[in-house]
Ligand binder design. Structure first.
Ligand code: ZN
Ligand code: ZN
Length: 467
């Protein structure tokens, strides 16, 4: 029997758009200021979860709400299940919207609302795929569990709670990325490099960076004007800016405190692609090492200028590594603290197969100067990979190709999608190759024809996995 998946989707397209409209009308961004024992992340994420689960109750699915933190919708009752991981929380609306982000607007075939593309639209597309298989009464051997998180945009509290309370299937996909499929993600780890407490003479304070996963756009240093004249400093900065046209900079004189504030402005970028940014901090360090520094200032700023500046592959730290499939390790030094009480740097590293937290710790410490050491900060996420010739990838990419005629190969990224939660999981849609990525942006939208197409792709793909 051949099934016309596109036709089955078109019969349900009005209902799908109605459900999506209801779901995006709920502001489900994390709101712990208003948390209660019933709503640990605030009422919004829980309300979106309940609404999604009500759609499934209405349609006759088995559902489970796990403490308002996560939920499950089940198709079939076999113990052999595949998982689909989506999330109902959204990032905050942010500035720049032309319409109300929680009152959906359809314009030129696009559906505008916060969460339309990340991830309420793709999550509902996967749900409607299950609904079609159910309503067609297709014979299936395995079951499907659509598992909904409520905190994907922050700390994954919802999905982590789910994994403590329930059993997570090993195989499946997450509709929260791109077609044809993301079959691998680099490992992600941050290191805190600690220097001896500095002796202050010229540089009283140096600061840059706000988040471990962002290249710092701004860097600032407070210089003591009893150690250098303002005129001399201005002339030197001018020369430096002339030699480095990619950055901007300025000096502000605070004569009350006898301090010059030097600021460098570069360009922010995601830490998985540090070469797309301009790291203001490493440039500022490069400027400072041209001045008259004492030994402890030299130790810190020379390290940044010589061993970190523009070294996105980590060659100087001895961690450069390349994998045929996952590509090169990337190094992005993103947060800097330096004053009379401390001196440290936070490095964010994305690494391919072949390394672990231990091997990186050893390599970095071997490359560091004496009395300087590095330790892992936070959680080390290991590389995640499913081979292209694996039956899961073959089935999903095969369905995508049959519905689109597009032969684009699956690819790997710097991390980190929901796909890595599953032992044997990949990220699969719902963005199409070449689509504008509007996730987290003002005026977020999903193209309705593409939403319906992805629903057909998901239905066919799921059926291939469970029949
Ligand atoms: Zn998402
Ligand atoms: Zn997101």
């Amino acid at each position: 029997m051949s099934i016309d998946w596109e036709k089955e989707v078109s019969h349900r397209s009005d209902e799908l758009i109605n459900d999506l409209s209801e779901l995006v009308s709920i502001d489900s961004s994390r709101d712990t200021e208003h948390k209660t024992s019933d709503f640990p992340l605030g009422p919004g994420p829980a309300k979106a979860l309940q609404t999604f689960l009500h759609f499934a109750d209405r349609d006759g699915f088995q559902t489970k709400n796990v403490d308002n933190l996560a939920g499950r919708i089940e198709l079939g009752d076999s113990d052999d299940a595949i998982a689909i991981l989506s999330h109902v929380d959204v990032v905050p609306e942010g500035p720049g919207w032309e319409t109300n982000p929680f009152e959906p607007v359809i314009k030129d075939g696009n559906f505008y609302a916060r969460g339309a593309s990340d991830d309420k639209g793709p999550g509902l597309a996967a749900y409607y795929a299950m609904k079609i298989i159910k309503e067609l009464n297709l014979p299936v051997k395995k079951s499907v569990q659509l598992i909904l998180g409520t905190d994907e945009e922050s700390e994954w509290v919802g999905i982590n709670h789910y994994m403590e309370k329930e059993t997570m299937p090993e195989t499946g996909f997450s509709p929260d990325a791109e077609f044809p499929a993301i079959n691998g993600e680099k490992g992600i780890v941050s290191f805190r490099v600690n220097f001896p407490t500095p002796t202050i003479s010229l540089v009283k304070n140096f600061a840059a960076g706000i988040r471990p996963n962002m290249v710092p756009q701004n860097a600032e240093a407070d210089l003591d004007l009893s150690a250098i004249s303002a005129e001399d400093l201005k002339a030197k900065l001018n020369d430096f800016l002339t030699a480095n046209k990619e950055i901007k900079g300025n000096i502000e004189i605070d004569s009350d405190n006898n301090i010059a504030k030097v600021q460098i402005i570069g360009k922010g970028a995601h830490a998985m692609e540090p070469f797309n940014g301009i790291n203001a901090a490493t440039y500022l360090a490069k400027f400072l090492v041209e001045l008259d520094l004492n030994a402890s200032e030299k130790l810190y700023f020379s390290f940044i200028a010589n061993d970190l500046h523009l070294d996105f592959a980590g060659k100087h730290l001895g961690i450069a590594n390349k994998d045929d499939v996952m590509g090169e390790l990337t190094l992005s030094p993103n947060i800097y603290e330096y004053d009379a009480t401390k001196a440290n740097i936070l490095l964010n590293i994305r690494y391919p197969k072949g390394d672990t937290g231990d091997t990186l710790t050893e390599k970095i410490n071997r490359a560091l100067p004496e009395n300087v050491s590095a330790v892992i900060e936070g959680h080390n996420q290991l590389p995640h990979f499913v081979a292209v010739n694996d039956p899961l990838v073959q089935a999903l990419v095969g369905a995508y190709r049959d519905h689109t005629g597009d032969d684009t190969e699956p690819f790997t990224v710097g991390g980190g999608t929901y796909g890595r939660i599953l032992k044997h999981g990949i990220a699969y849609g719902a963005m199409f190759p070449g689509d504008e990525n509007v996730m987290h942006q003002p005026n977020e939208y999903i193209n309705i024809d593409k939403l319906l197409k992805s629903t057909a792709v998901y239905a066919d793909a799921i059926y291939r996995l469970i029949k």
